[in-house]
Design a protein around this ligand. Structure first.
Ligand SMILES: [Zn+2]
Length: 970
């Protein structure tokens, strides 16, 4: 069959994707196009190239950024940003992998979908990529005056400095590189900051010419849009191109005969003595889907659960704080496995490494417990069946999967057609074949192609890097004569001018846009029914494909303030310490064998129109319908039959706290913008204060304190947890929530009645003022971390200033985020990003930047928003764009379980359909006048807002200068 110049190569009905897949080949160029036709309204498109780097200058990554900075048909500075401003996209981004670059988009609106595709296709094949774009996105010397000081700047340069500040990221990168010494996987496609300034514009331009050619392209479509149009529009885009040989093959790494040992230093703060390490094994080719599936299960067996043997052995050894390593990696041509420990003393690394091998040897010899195998098989199968890609569209998840074989000229459908290999593997397991024991022998114990990577702390490295960077740019300056210096200043000025010059209205008009008339006038409503059991029973009837999602909510109304920081540990302890009936290993295996997951967490928020906090412990589980009795039996067991053995509890809780501390330290530093925002919010209402105290910067303090208590007075911690139990686990005020099809809802109702009846009719203690007090914090705060970058935040409560919520705020803040802040803080400031958000329910307005080289400049940019709005007069097109974008946020696409969760959240916060309908009306009727009025609100934030900054030397300096309180983070 031939259509629009495409020849059909293969056609297959795939019930795993609920549709038909066709692989087409474009005759003129050889481009391939995988077309998946199913009923998913969340339509996906991607264009992908093999982009093997030849060095670590980050050329592939810089190009990924740069092609989205204007093209022939769309000659604006950043079409990507223009699309973000005013599209109904459900996904719009780009990714650089070690060997490929992907440009994916998704939308539920057909017109929008075609608009996005058109801009993306033109961007990759006809980008402007002039020298200024290269300098802005890659790197350049910023020379404001001939005499300096000069410095290196650039979006990717700065982004990668952030990545290299994180020991975990460095370890992950080094672990991969160590296994592939002879191939391109030994390079950093993202760019090593030390190598990025070696990249020339010529090499960058050449990389595009070489690899961004249709003959090296793989197109992907998914969803309910017509296939004929997919072929037609792609063919139209490829007109004029002819086939060209592109050598972009990804070679196989030859197997090594002897294990490698690699030691690398990481930048640590003063007094830091902890090392991190991984052991890494090269496995077989990703194209072997049978092996890939088997290794996926083996990964679950070894480390999937807290009680899994390898994870348990590493944690129980006390040699480190938490496990590390990515586990099974399947994105490259050859798979690998990576595991290890962080927070380990350098002298203990060898012992920990031996422990890994001993544990594996023991498993291979004595056999893997049946329960662990059942848990792994069910967990992997459940994940495939549920296919829950969260906010990431299902189609794009399928694309990323198919590329793992397709990119190496294998069958793109092989990774998607999981059912047959799964059944084959299950048959081998049932027949008693020791498949996992054999795999441990073949791929771990007798596999000499492995590498141990140790990251050692170096407290002088951060400073040394900064000095080296400075020396390098100083040398550039010193070597430049008067003429060259003048030219550098001129280039810097020209770039800055280009960055601040707005796009012309004619250029902007080229970007295809939706009009107000393309938007649904009304909100899509989420289903919810409320019944009494007699406790409240919320149901959301949705097509969940035979899976029920159930949450039991238990009020935290009786929790006293001093026990708040123990809530996360209490929640985790329910499923991770074991019960009176079984230890945590057996419990974990049973949960994994019978359910799709069971866990607890605190749910805290504000009720709309008040400053009242609601708080619950949410115990959530999911299971296929015929396993619902098991799910509820397990829920009953963890709630009502706690483990009482104090010795076991002490040991296990200590391990969990240590793990928790390591994760928190890493999380707070890598998502500093979230930490800073949470810290700022905590001062304005009690619900945010609880969130900060159970997951933010003050929680880290609490965890450190708890660890000390576990040493000095462990019984007191156990007593506190017991008190929490008696004050939380009881029937009064309990709410049951469930998302499923009608049949599943009925089954859950029966189970829920029984479960609720088994809970105590009275709750211990009296009601406290739970969650109604904000935190009292200094007006300016700084948290110092061993980082080269900063996270800068400023916030105020605008309802306290007298502002009354109006939907236009969503439009205005979105417009500031995508316009003014993007340009000032990202494009000109060199930060990776910046945002400003309003908590509609509570009134807190937060601005924050991430991976930011600046502190004061960014605060000035936040304060400048008011002045900007005073003189900003959006034309009709800009206004429409901002409104469409804001409506897109309202209508974001959700999978059924997320719809149910969202509906529950709206019920808890009293965010009624009427209130949301009003908000939509207000958004749709936003005018220029609203922008002007909001300027005064922001002026007040600038005057009276609070500041919080997390970061390195610049943060420390700013804290001194402004008199902020200053805390060392690590
Ligand atoms: Zn990037």
């Amino acid at each position: 069959m031939n259509k629009h110049g495409f020849t059909l190569l293969t056609e297959q009905h795939l019930h795993e994707v609920d549709g038909t897949a066709r692989l087409w080949r474009h005759e003129a160029t050889g481009a391939q196009l995988l077309s998946i036709n199913n009923s998913d309204e969340n339509k996906c498109f991607g264009v992908n190239f093999r982009t093997p780097p030849a060095d670590s200058t980050g050329v592939a990554h810089i190009l990924e950024h740069s092609v989205l900075c204007g093209s022939d048909k769309y000659p604006v500075k950043e079409p990507f940003v223009e699309l973000m401003k005013g599209s109904l996209q459900t996904f719009l981004n780009a990714f650089t992998f070690p060997d490929k670059t992907c440009y994916p988009i998704a939308s539920c609106n057909l017109r929008d979908f075609y608009n996005l595709i058109d801009v993306y296709i033109d961007a990759v094949f006809h980008p402007r990529i002039d020298e200024d774009i290269f300098r802005q996105e890659g790197w350049h010397v910023e020379a404001e005056t001939p005499d300096g000081p000069w410095s290196y700047k650039g979006v990717v340069y700065n982004e990668m400095k952030g990545v290299y500040s994180s020991p975990d990221s460095v370890l992950a990168e080094q672990s991969q590189q160590a296994l592939f010494p002879d191939t391109l996987y030994s390079l950093d496609s993202g760019g090593n900051p030390e190598n990025i300034p070696d990249l020339t514009y010529e090499a960058f331009y050449d990389f595009h010419s070489r690899y961004y050619h249709p003959s090296n392209a793989r197109f992907f479509f998914w969803g309910d849009d017509p296939e004929d149009e997919r072929l037609r529009l792609t063919a139209a885009a490829l007109e004029g191109y002819t086939a060209r040989p592109v050598n972009s093959d990804v070679p196989l790494q030859p197997r090594l005969e002897t294990p490698r040992q690699i030691e690398v230093a990481y930048a640590a703060s003063k007094g830091e003595k902890r090392a991190l390490f991984t052991v890494n094994w090269l496995l077989g080719e990703r194209g072997d889907v049978h092996q890939a599936l088997l290794m996926e299960m083996l990964e679950h067996i070894l480390e999937g659960l807290p009680g899994s043997p390898l994870r348990k052995a590493l944690i129980a050894s006390g040699l480190g704080e938490d496990t590390t390593g990515c586990g099974l990696e399947t994105d490259l041509r050859q798979m690998y496995y990576s595991t290890g420990l962080k927070g380990v003393a350098p002298r203990d690394v060898q012992q920990a490494e031996l422990l890994i091998f001993d544990t594996l040897a023991q498993l291979a010899e004595e056999g893997i417990p049946r329960s662990a195998v059942e848990a792994a098989v069910n967990s992997v199968e459940f994940a495939y069946r549920e296919n829950n890609s969260g906010r990431f569209p299902r189609g794009l998840s399928a694309m990323v999967q198919s590329l793992t074989t397709w990119l190496y000229d294998g069958d793109p459908l092989a990774p998607l057609a999981w059912e047959a290999p799964l059944n084959a593997l299950k048959a081998r397991i049932v027949a008693g074949e020791p498949v996992f024991e054999q795999a441990i022998k073949d791929w771990f114990l007798n596999n000499e192609h492995r590498a141990t990577v140790v990251l050692l702390p170096d407290t002088k490295l951060g400073k040394a890097r900064e000095d080296a960077e400075k020396a390098r740019v100083d040398a550039v300056q010193a070597a430049a004569g008067a003429e060259a210096r003048a030219r550098m200043v001129e280039e810097t000025t020209r770039l800055m001018e280009a960055q601040s010059a707005p796009d012309s209205p004619e250029a902007l008009a080229t970007i295809p846009a939706l009009g107000i008339e393309d938007l649904p006038r009304e909100n899509a409503l989420l289903p919810r029914a409320v019944a009494e059991l007699p406790e409240t029973f919320l149901t959301h009837e949705l097509p969940t494909q035979g899976i029920a999602y159930a949450t039991l909510l238990l009020p935290l109304a009786n929790v006293p303030d001093r026990l708040v920081p123990l809530l996360p540990l209490f929640a985790r302890s329910l499923t991770e310490t074991g019960t009176a009936k079984r230890d945590f290993t057996e419990l974990g295996a049973l949960m994994a064998a019978k359910t799709g997951g069971l866990g607890a967490e605190t749910l805290v928020g504000l009720v709309r129109g008040s400053r009242k906090t609601f708080g619950y412990l949410g115990v959530s589980g999911k299971a296929v319908y015929d396993k619902l009795p098991d799910l509820f039996a397990l829920t009953r067991e963890i709630l009502l039959e706690p483990l009482t053995d104090a010795d076991v509890l002490r040991e296990r809780l200590g391990q969990m706290l240590l793990e928790g501390k390591a994760r928190l330290e890493h999380g707070l530093q890598s998502a500093g913008h979230a930490a800073v925002s949470a810290r700022l919010r905590a001062r304005f209402n009690g619900a945010s204060a609880i969130a900060e105290r159970t997951s933010g910067l003050s929680y880290l303090e609490s965890v450190r304190g708890l660890l000390e208590r576990m040493d000095t007075d462990p019984q007191s911690v156990l007593n506190d947890l017991e008190e929490l139990r008696s004050r939380i686990i009881a029937r009064p005020g309990a709410v049951m929530d469930c998302t499923a099809e009608a049949q599943g809802l009925a089954l859950v109702e029966t189970e829920a009645r029984q479960l609720l009846r088994s809970l105590s009719p009275a709750r211990a203690g009296a009601a406290t003022d739970f969650g109604n007090a904000p935190l009292e914090l200094p007006k300016g705060e700084a948290f110092i971390a061993p980082a080269q970058i900063n996270y800068v935040g400023k916030a105020a409560n605008i309802y306290d200033q007298g502002y009354v919520y109006h939907g236009s705020a969503s439009v205005i803040l979105r417009s500031l985020r995508m316009g003014y802040l993007w340009e000032r803080v990202r494009v000109r400031g060199g930060a990776y990003g910046a945002f400003c958000n309003l908590d509609r329910l509570g009134g807190t307005l937060v601005c924050a930047s991430y991976r930011d080289p600046n502190v004061d400049d960014t605060l000035a940019a936040f304060d400048g928003m008011a002045e900007y709005l005073r003189t900003f007069s959006p034309d009709k097109a800009q206004l429409t764009q901002a409104i469409v974008g804001a409506v897109g946020d309202l209508d974001s696409y959700l999978l059924p379980d997320a719809k149910g969760a969202q509906s529950l959240s709206r019920w808890l916060t009293d965010d009624t359909d009427a209130a949301r309908a009003l908000m939509r009306e207000e958004i749709l009727s936003t005018t220029e006048k609203h922008f002007r009025e909001f300027a005064e609100v922001l002026a007040e934030v600038a005057r009276n807002g609070s500041t919080c900054v997390l970061g390195g030397p610049k943060t420390e300096a700013a804290a001194k200068e402004h008199g902020w309180s200053s805390t060392k983070l690590v």
